[in-house]
Design a protein around this ligand. Structure first.
Ligand code: SER
Length: 871
């Protein structure tokens, strides 16, 4: 059986036992910011175990895409060094939701392994949790495993937990002896040496560990099994390395082809890269993007590791992206997203590789220099930080290279250099709105910042705290109607007044739950603790609301038009416009923009009533609300629902009905960074005004061109064509006309023995005037030319001086400056050719007349060069 057949046979085995096949969930769950990556098959079933979700089946079978690179289950250091740990792997599983339990789970696992797949019973071992007598006995009762192959193990190996909290329970594992000599097997080696591979973990879920660490009984008992697909394929195909199977070999072969190196000669870099490209391809296909934070930084770390191992194979140009097709070949049929998103994945990886390549070699060079000056075998923390900060080396990459050289890294030193930098960055920040860092004058009564701005736009409040920071007055109220900047929506403006108090709010910021109002106006200590009347600038707030709701519609429309890889990478909601940054690799084409605009406007026209309600975070996610990765959400979240169209977690202010937005128009689409596009759009009357303005513009152009709007392009093209033809004809005519440089030169008069021509001509452009000037130099032989033309509004003069006079010290630039000053402007240029400008065509005549005196003067005072003197 090949890998695909093995996966299929697992699924079919359990389907025959009434299990429902469930597709793998996303490996980068963007709707669950609490989870970096899907790290086990059970992630998507967690709500079922907890009794939060009801389903109409009790048995399931699946093959889940998993990533383990950080947190509790993390094998990164082993990856590629050994032959059976991965950052990305598939976990085959059978599931019972309150249905069968230990007995069936054990019996079926054994039956599939030994009867169906015919794995050698003399290589298999079973482990149970040391306190789980029931499972221990069941192994003897429901399988024919030899009793000496059933082992009791401790909590570390046989009590499975998803994370610090969550569903958990005792487990029973099946291990496989991978060594050559069966007689060398001993019970002591299981869970200890790499010769025994854990193939299948049967977890008997019966508890939920809560935040306090306490184990609580679940409403029902469940089975969660996880079998390592890659390892099973290896033993079924009679291999001893996962990388030697059909799940990895096509990638490795491709790498051999690209590098010209042999896998057998130096397997580790091949293995690491083959592993990492799978992780990168699947996480990017599911919407993750490299970045400097959270999940995105994990991608960046993995990609940089791959690039660095590429250097060991002598690969200097980006190459990792070239392996995406091989991943598609192997897994594309099972996971079509790899094929669908192929181009996007390649683009993302290539851009990342290209940018890291720029610093990788210099970083490696710096690493070598550090090693040379080391006095111990520890890389100092500040050097590791320098590698991180200047050369983009993630800490684990530095650790890895250090390890290869028998060195270690001072992690504490690295952390403290990082903290220092953050402190410096904070200190350099302009407006400090961390409430705790502000020296507040505090009143004692009451509490701060009850926000009432969702429903009220004015209120009477008490000034609770105030502080003067530079030229800014900061005020905290007991209750406030002013929205403070968050979630992209900017802070409200407004007024705080009462008798002698008259403050303008120019911004409102938030630090956790404290609203800080940035005010203009005079403040007197006596104002503190006074009751004041607060009013939000309603017109401005209204404009912000339109843009905020339009942002949600735009987000959804973009995902529908461009694909699920689109995620919000930043936003700004202001009264004048909205700005939306999205993860997308290509320029958004104009027809795509049009369709997005149309979808948003259609939702506006439907005039949908918005539903804004507060739910528990889990409830909201269950209902499919879009959460923004990296945002911090509390237990209670506000969900903004726009019909069936959009559902987002959002604390911002919105219109009541989509119709309030009126109109929506995208005015800009640009690239912000690799893989991130920026859209700027306007709404309401602003959008309408722009459309009116553009319509009027087109109308006037149309009137000028005397055509219909559809004909404008054609007309303009026709005009350009005609102009080119005319220019060509004009040039031809000029060569035989008075505008010819020879003809102009023939009009020269002799002044102080030199040929001088000063003339206004009707050239068609400045370039033409200069070209004529150039031609005039040889035609004059020895002399000075001043030719001028009128432009659309302003005149231009070109002054030329023949080479012999340049040698005598006459400088065209100086002459041009003098002539330009006659026209009230200036001039300058090279010794042989210069230009002078004017402000008004009417001044050209004056300058031309003055030129004669200027030139005469220069020639009269000319000092001939020495060689001419001698003649
Ligand atoms: N949850 C268990 C594991 O991840 C079995 O699926 O190993």
């Amino acid at each position: 059986m090949n890998a695909k057949e093995i996966r299929q046979s697992f699924i079919e085995y359990f389907e025959k036992k009434q299990h429902r096949f469930v597709r793998s969930s996303s490996v980068a769950p963007l709707d669950d910011p609490t989870l970096l990556f899907t790290n086990a098959g059970m992630n998507q079933f967690k709500p079922i175990f907890l009794g939060d979700k009801e389903i109409d089946y009790t048995r399931a079978v699946n093959s889940q895409k998993c990533i383990r690179v950080s947190g509790k289950h993390n094998d990164l250091e082993e990856v590629g060094v050994d032959t059976f740990h991965h950052t990305f792997f598939e976990m085959l599983g059978n599931w019972s939701f309150g249905d069968y339990y230990k007995s069936e789970a054990i019996q079926w696992a054994w039956e599939l392994f030994t009867d169906v797949w015919k794995l050698d019973k003399n290589r298999l071992w079973a482990t149970v949790y040391e306190e789980d007598d029931e499972a221990f006995e069941l192994w003897s009762k429901v399988t024919d495993i030899s009793p000496d192959r059933i082992l009791r193990c401790g909590k570390k190996d046989n009590f499975w937990e998803m994370g610090e909290t969550g569903p958990c329970g005792p487990c029973s594992e099946i291990h496989y002896y991978i060594g050559d000599d069966l007689s060398k097997q001993t019970a002591d080696g299981v869970n200890v040496t790499d010769e025994y591979w854990e193939l299948w973990n049967l977890v008997f879920i019966q508890y939920h560990r809560d935040e306090t660490g306490k184990l609580n009984d679940l409403p029902a008992k469940h089975v969660d099994t996880g079998a390592g697909f890659e390892r099973i394929v290896t033993v079924m195909e009679g291999k001893t390395s996962n990388y030697d199977t059909d799940l990895f070999m096509p990638i490795i072969t491709k790498m051999e082809e690209i590098s010209g190196k042999s896998y057998k000669d130096d397997p580790v870099p091949f293995r690491v890269i083959a592993d990492h490209i799978r992780m990168l391809s699947f996480s990017i296909a599911d919407g993750a993007m490299p970045s400097n934070e959270g999940r995105g930084y994990v991608l960046r770390r993995i990609l940089r590791r791959a690039a660095r191992f590429g250097r060991i194979l002598g690969l200097k140009d980006p190459f990792v992206y070239e392996l995406v097709d091989s991943v598609g070949e192997i897994l594309g049929e099972t996971f079509p997203e790899i094929i669908d998103k192929r181009k996007h994945i390649q683009n993302v990886i290539k851009a990342e590789e290209t940018s890291f390549n720029a610093t990788l070699d210099r970083g490696l060079g710096h690493f070598d220099r550090i090693v040379k000056t080391l006095k111990s075998n520890i890389i100092p923390g500040e050097e590791a930080f320098r590698l991180y900060d200047t050369y983009g080396f993630p800490l684990d990459l530095t650790e890895l290279i250090a390890r290869e050289k028998g060195l270690s890294v001072d992690i504490a030193g690295f952390d403290s250099a990082m903290t220092d930098q953050k402190t410096r960055a904070k200190a350099a920040g302009k407006f400090k709105h961390e409430s705790s860092s502000i020296d507040w004058k505090i009143n004692t009564q009451g509490s701060d910042s009850e926000f009432i701005g969702y429903t009220s736009l004015s209120t009477d409040s008490i000034i609770r705290r105030w502080s003067i920071q530079g030229d800014q007055l900061l005020v905290i109220l007991d209750k406030t109607p002013f929205y403070a900047e968050s979630g992209g929506q900017i802070g409200d403006n407004g007024t705080i007044v009462n008798g002698g108090i008259d403050l303008q709010i120019i911004d409102a910021k938030k630090d956790e739950n404290v609203f800080i109002h940035v005010c203009e106006g005079d403040f007197d200590e006596s104002f503190a603790n006074q009751s004041v009347h607060c009013t939000v600038d309603i017109k401005r707030r209204q404009a912000i609301k339109l843009n905020h709701t339009a942002t949600h519609l735009l987000h959804k429309a973009l995902r529908e038009e461009l694909g699920d890889h689109v995620h919000q990478a930043g936003s700004l909601v202001s009264p004048d416009y909205l700005r939306f940054d999205l993860t997308h690799f290509e320029k958004i084409a104009s027809d795509e923009i049009e369709r997005v605009e149309m979808s948003v406007n259609q939702e506006i026209l439907k005039n949908i009533q918005l539903d804004i309600s507060v739910h528990s975070f889990d409830e909201a996610r269950k209902a499919g609300a879009e959460a923004l990765f990296g945002e911090k959400y509390g237990d209670e979240v506000r969900v903004v629902t726009i019909g069936n169209y959009s559902k987002e977690l959002c604390g911002g202010i919105h219109v009541e009905r989509t119709g309030d937005i009126g109109a929506f128009k995208i005015i800009e689409e640009s690239s912000l960074a690799a893989g991130v596009r920026r859209i700027v759009a306007i709404t309401g009357l602003k959008a309408l005004q722009l459309m009116q303005k553009n319509f009027a513009l087109i109308k006037s152009v149309q009137e000028q061109l005397k055509c219909t709007p559809d004909e404008i392009h054609e007309r303009i093209e026709g005009l350009f064509k005609k102009q080119k033809e005319l220019e060509k004809a004009f040039k031809q005519w000029r060569s035989g006309s008075a505008l010819n440089s020879r003809t102009i030169a023939s009009e020269a008069e002799v002044i102080h023995g030199k040929n001088v021509v000063i003339k206004e001509i009707s050239a068609i452009s400045m370039d033409e005037l200069k070209a004529l000037g150039d031609e005039l130099i040889p035609a004059l032989k020895s002399g000075i030319g001043v030719i001028g033309m009128k432009g659309d509004k302003k005149p231009t003069i070109v002054v030329v001086v023949t080479p012999d006079l340049v040698k005598s010290g006459i400088h065209a630039g100086k002459l041009a400056r003098e002539i330009g000053s006659v026209m009230g402007a200036g001039g300058g240029g090279k010794p042989h050719l210069a230009t002078a400008g004017g402000r008004n065509n009417d001044d050209l005549g004056k300058a031309i007349s003055a030129s004669k005196n200027i030139v005469e003067n220069v020639l009269a005072n000319m000092v001939p060069p020495k060689d001419q003197d001698d003649v």
